[in-house]
Design a protein around this ligand. Structure first.
Ligand SMILES: Cc1cc2nc3c(=O)[nH]c(=O)nc-3n(C[C@H](O)[C@H](O)[C@H](O)COP(=O)(O)OP(=O)(O)OC[C@H]3O[C@@H](n4cnc5c(N)ncnc54)[C@H](O)[C@@H]3O)c2cc1C
Length: 340
């Protein structure tokens, strides 16, 4: 399906840019390799408070993401999550974006809101890991019910590992290992996890790492080791959930022929990149005076989205007017997007 505008990156800047495209009565697609929207806020610090969002004295990162998604929802954006934008071609006045999932998406203009680059799960690199992806090795929990009654090894020491240890303990037989004794997660949830271990509800082992993952087309066991004594333990398992954080890289966007400054994309005051029809906002862009802050990303997103909308549909004026005077337009826009 063709959309008028495509946003690359579902972080705060990308989500707000998509909202503004919807406000202009145009269709919008959002592409991101992560399984859920939110960019750094979802991947790196969902439980942290943010204090410098205008109008919010104190707000959890995950709540800002939930609010952005809700604000955007009336415009029925097309989410293409779990795939990275890779190649770009031009065809008959349109852009065609190819993704890592093998899809091609046609669009009239593009807003790049790719932050610090595409997030990908950090691999632990042990023998067997790559062989069992999709056959018992996971990098995210999409459906907790999938693990009901199963023997699960969770690997990691951040918020995701601790949250899913607690989230799965009543459904599955959970062993959680971390390579250090200290966890990098929210103190209250770490305490809950330690209490669950003391109560025998889960098994918690530190400082432990995975030596290998084994099976017969499906994960059957893993060998883990104490990284100081080197003592090994074999665990009989059905699943290994690796929640060891993310790595990010600019990757394929670097070859789209855009003018760069270091690993940032240069934009002008209209948030235009050096390539007509491609705009940018958020952490990925640079210009004199740029600061990598969410507050600034929101402002840049509204500039980028309004110019991208006008590029995709030249009949539109750049200035969107005031949303407060258009509130009654939102249901109509939603109906239109659904009908399309
Ligand atoms: C621990 C921590 C605390 C922070 N606290 C604050 C704070 O208090 N206040 C503040 O203002 N800022 C804070 N920041 C910075 C803030 O999170 C960033 O400025 C903000 O996330 C940038 O938003 P963004 O939408 O530009 O990019 P991101 O949030 O980085 O999102 C970009 C998205 O683009 C996706 N992407 C990248 N490449 C591609 C591709 N090729 N195809 C498809 N998708 C792609 C990525 O997967 C990612 O999901 C903090 C950052 C960290 C790490």
């Amino acid at each position: 399906m063709r959309t008028d505008v495509t946003i690359i990156g579902a972080g705060p800047a990308g989500l707000f840019a998509a909202f503004y495209v919807g406000m202009r009565n145009l269709s919008v697609r959002i592409i991101d390799p992560l399984p859920e929207p939110g960019g750094q806020l979802s991947a790196l610090y969902p439980e942290k408070y943010i204090y410098d969002i205008a109008g919010f004295p104190k707000v959890l990162a995950k709540d800002i993401v939930a609010n952005l998604v809700e604000q955007l929802e009336p415009f029925k954006p097309v989410y293409s999550l779990g795939e990275r934008a890779e190649k770009l071609e031009e065809d008959n006045g349109d852009f065609v974006i190819q993704t890592s999932a093998g899809h091609s998406y046609r669009t009239g203009s593009i807003v790049i809101a790719a932050g610090v680059g595409a997030f990908e799960p950090r691999r632990i690199g042990c023998p067997g890991e790559a062989d069992f992806v999709g056959h018992g090795v996971y990098y995210a929990v999409k459906s907790p019910e999938e693990f009901r009654g199963k023997r699960v090894l969770i690997v990691g020491g951040g918020d995701s590992a601790v949250d899913w240890t607690l989230g799965l303990k009543d459904r599955a037989h959970v062993t959680t290992i971390h390579r250090r004794d200290a966890f990098r997660a929210h103190g209250a949830t770490v305490n809950q996890m330690r209490a669950a271990a003391e109560a025998g509800e889960i098994r918690l082992l530190t400082p432990y790492e995975v030596k290998s993952i084994e099976g017969d087309g499906q994960v059957r066991r893993a060998t883990i080791f104490h990284n100081q004594t080197k003592e090994e333990t074999v665990l009989e398992l059905d699943a290994v959930i690796i929640l060891a954080g993310y790595i990010s890289k600019l990757g394929p966007l670097a070859s789209w022929g855009l003018e760069l400054e270091g690993n940032k994309i240069k934009v002008n005051s209209k948030m235009e990149t050096s390539r007509p029809g491609i705009f940018g906002c958020g952490d990925i862009v640079t210009y004199p005076g740029k600061l990598p802050l969410i507050a600034l990303g929101f402002g840049e997103a509204s500039i980028a989205a309004n110019h991208a909308a006008a590029y995709a549909n030249p009949a539109l004026k750049i200035n969107p007017g005031h949303s407060s005077e258009k509130a009654d337009h939102v249901p109509a826009l939603s109906e239109k997007a659904v009908a399309e």
